[in-house]
Design a protein. Structure first.
Length: 446
């Protein structure tokens, strides 16, 4: 496609046609604080070779996750992705396909989405799962809105252990859709059961929570149900379900999860894939779409879109969601990786993750001044340091060790969390990585 720049008279004609007096008028709805004061500081024009050289120099300033000891988690995790996953998803029939509106020509897409739904339902211990959402955060917000529809109530209780980004997405949805949130302090010793009343639509918890703590929410589920409310369990590290009790067995009504850990690399923050599962009786209030199995006129097995309740399919006022696509390629990567692992492989991988985290926690507890804050965890845990965690992380990063995520990054104004560090260990964490982190911390804290 050629790039044909517009002349000043072209722009004037187009603005006149839409009734705008200037280019700036097109951005009136964008808050002033979100606008740039001037052009981005970039060269006005460069040749292709010069651009490649400049971008390469900029890229070289990054520290790739696999190039140094890496203990960063906080909702996104570094796992091994088999080469077969990337090879298969780049096949033309997968890479170029879009949404499966014509079942007669999209049987392959529909079939893998059907398999994806089956895998998610089995993992979470739920009865039905949809054909994916954008990511875990939007899945969480969709879960709250679904609970509001099911119960006819508009107040949700969010645990302090919910990932702060997920909470912020829920707050954004609530501000514009019109529901109330009761959010808890992350370190306030919350008693969620006392907050459930006849106005509560749902309680949203995370397991393992933002600080890595693993809990059994069966008792909370019973309290919610007695009050006519739903329990939403969020999972940011989906691999944990290869080792811990699934949300469905705890009595969860809706599960919202992030599937990035399976089949999807870090990729500078995305794309991710949102997982969403619920009970059969709530299926018509579930956002997104559902792929089902059927037979054609000749009795051959086939797949169709069984449920499509998005606003592009039905009237907006009847729609359950305004998310108008899904992370199809990421869902396929998830499906392929999980199929390669199988149940035994998933369980073994989860055990490897937990063993690595336990070994690391024992090492760090032996460092003077460090205190482990978790009673039970999967592959991520929180430690309290004798100094602000952000300062120590910066010092260690300069030494080539990415030590974890300071909680103050998510709660900059919360002084009690300033010295808390989130540390993650996966199957990619080696003994040598642990040696370097332990030695670096001992030196910095001595």
């Amino acid at each position: 496609m050629r790039y044909l720049p517009l002349t000043a008279s072209d722009r004037a004609s187009m603005l006149a046609a839409i009734g705008a007096d200037s280019i700036d008028a097109l951005f009136d709805d964008v808050p002033e604080a979100a606008r740039l004061a001037g052009p981005v500081h970039l060269p006005r024009a460069m040749g292709e070779i010069e651009v490649e050289r400049l971008v390469s120099r900029m890229a070289a300033r990054n520290v790739a996750a696999g190039s140094v000891p890496f203990f960063i988690g906080g909702g996104v995790y570094r796992h091994h992705v088999p080469a077969a996953v990337d090879h298969l998803i780049q096949r033309g029939e997968f890479l170029t396909s879009y949404t499966p509106y014509q079942p007669e020509i999209s049987q392959g897409t529909l079939q893998y989405l059907f398999e994806f739904q089956t895998q998610v339902a089995l993992l979470t211990g739920m009865e039905v799962a949809n054909a994916s959402l954008y990511d875990g955060a939007t899945a969480c917000a969709e879960a709250v809105m679904m609970a509001n529809r099911v119960t006819g109530r508009t107040r949700a209780v969010l645990s302090g252990g919910l990932h702060p980004h997920y909470r912020e997405v829920c707050e954004t949805y609530g501000r514009f859709v019109g529901f109330e949130l009761s959010t808890q302090d992350p370190l306030d010793g919350e008693e969620l059961a006392r907050l459930v009343d006849r106005d509560t639509s749902c309680v949203v918890v995370q397991n393992p929570d933002f600080f890595g703590e693993v809990r059994d929410y069966s008792g909370l589920a019973r309290i919610c149900h007695d009050a006519g409310a739903l329990l939403v369990i969020v999972v940011t590290e989906i691999l944990s379900l290869g080792a811990i009790r699934p949300p469905g067995e705890m009595g969860a009504d809706i599960v919202a999860a992030e599937g990035q850990s399976v089949g999807n690399a870090l990729n500078f923050g995305g794309p991710h894939v949102g997982l969403f599962a619920t009970r059969d009786r709530f299926v018509r209030q579930m956002p997104g779409r559902l792929v089902g199995q059927t037979v054609d006129a000749d009795g051959r097995r086939g797949w169709v879109l069984t449920l499509s309740t998005r606003e592009q399919h039905i009237r907006r006022e009847r729609a359950t969601s305004n998310i108008c696509t899904n992370s199809g390629l990421c869902a396929l990567a998830f499906t392929i990786h999980l199929a390669l692992l199988g149940e035994a492989g998933l369980t073994r991988l989860a055990r490897l993750n937990h063993a690595a985290a336990v070994a690391l926690a024992e090492r760090l507890e032996a460092v003077p001044g460090i205190r482990l804050l978790n009673r039970a965890f999967f592959n991520e845990f929180a430690v309290r340091l004798p100094r602000p965690a952000a300062e120590i992380v910066e010092v260690l990063a300069a030494k080539g060790v990415l030590a974890g995520v300071p909680v103050s990054r998510f709660y900059p104004d919360n002084e009690p969390v300033a010295d808390i560090l989130l540390v993650a260990a996966t199957e990619m964490t080696t003994t040598e990585d642990m040696d370097r982190l332990e030695a670096a911390l001992r030196k910095v804290l001595s």
